[in-house]
Ligand binder design. Structure first.
Ligand code: NAP
Length: 245
């Protein structure tokens, strides 16, 4: 997948929303989508980070992005419904949605899982994705072709000791992807998941503090698979678990 070469204008005239667009992989994806012609809606928690991404995109001369500050931990279903209405009014339809924002929670033995921690992880990594997808699917149905991409992990495909709450949330994400892919089969909306693989970000450093980050790919180096899933080359791909590396 790293070898895929996206056409320069692959995402021209497309509107794509990226969650967690202020940092890490989401930031790199937002910039890569804009670089390939998309108008990107930058959703995230920390406004300063979103503004920095906005500036990078604007200064590069890519299509002007939009910023949606939203804390996925606290947002209610009404927040997502209101946001979807605004997107529909402003853009008419949505061509792509990358669910990227996630939190790691606490790694450790299953017996040590604290209920407040697992609830936070499930809220951001799963419940927020359900609410956001529910609100935005009608707007995506209005697009000629739309791509819905969930972000998984190696531990969302094969459980691993001590990855408890995070791994469970990523299995739920994969389940959501498969359910939706089946439900929307044959429609204009395709649904897939992506596993970025080990990537040099804040989350990875938290999970592996002793690791030398320079041994890892940067987020910018793994964008081929993200571009592939958002562009027309993947139009026949539905219900698949894609690896970015
Ligand atoms: P990251 O550097 O920690 O970035 C996560 C992003 O999500 C940040 O922009 C963060 O915003 C946002 N976010 C977190 N909580 C939020 C909330 N409550 N509301 C809104 N936005 C929130 O993580 P990453 O490594 O880029 O990971 C991106 C995705 O790839 C995640 O789904 C992760 O599980 C997955 N993944 C990563 C790796 C890896 O090696 N990096 C491997 C496998 C899978 P703030 O900065 O404002 O908090």
């Amino acid at each position: 997948m790293l070898e895929y070469q996206a056409a320069k204008d692959l995402l021209m005239n497309k509107t794509i929303l990226v969650t967690g667009a202020g940092d890490g992989i989401g930031r790199a994806a937002a910039v890569a989508f804009a670089q390939h012609g998309a108008t990107v809606i930058l959703l995230g928690k920390t406004v300063k980070k979103l503004e920095a991404v906005y500036d990078v995109i604007e200064q590069a001369g890519y299509p002007k992005p939009a910023i949606v500050p939203l804390d996925l931990q606290g947002a209610t279903e009404q927040h997502y419904i209101d946001m979807a209405e605004t997107i529909e009014q402003q853009f008419g339809h949505l061509d792509g949605l990358l669910h990227n924002a996630s939190i790691l929670g606490v790694l450790g033995p299953f017996q040590h899982i604290a209920m407040d921690s697992v609830q936070k992880v499930m809220q951001v990594n799963v419940i927020a994705e359900i609410m956001l997808t529910k609100a935005l699917l009608p707007v995506m149905k209005k697009a000629p072709l739309a791509s819905l991409v969930f972000t998984s992990s190696s531990v969302g495909r094969q459980g691993k000791a001590f990855w408890g709450e995070y791994a469970i949330s990523k299995f739920a994400t994969e389940g959501m992807m498969q359910t939706l892919a089946h439900e929307y089969e044959g429609s204009n909306v395709r649904v897939n998941s992506i596993n970025p693989g080990a990537t040099r970000t804040g989350m990875r450093a938290n999970a592996y503090p002793a690791e030398n980050p320079q041994t890892l790919k940067a987020a910018e180096d793994i964008m081929a698979a993200y571009l592939y899933l958002m562009g027309h080359d993947s139009v026949a791909v539905n219900g698949q678990q894609i690896n970015a590396q």
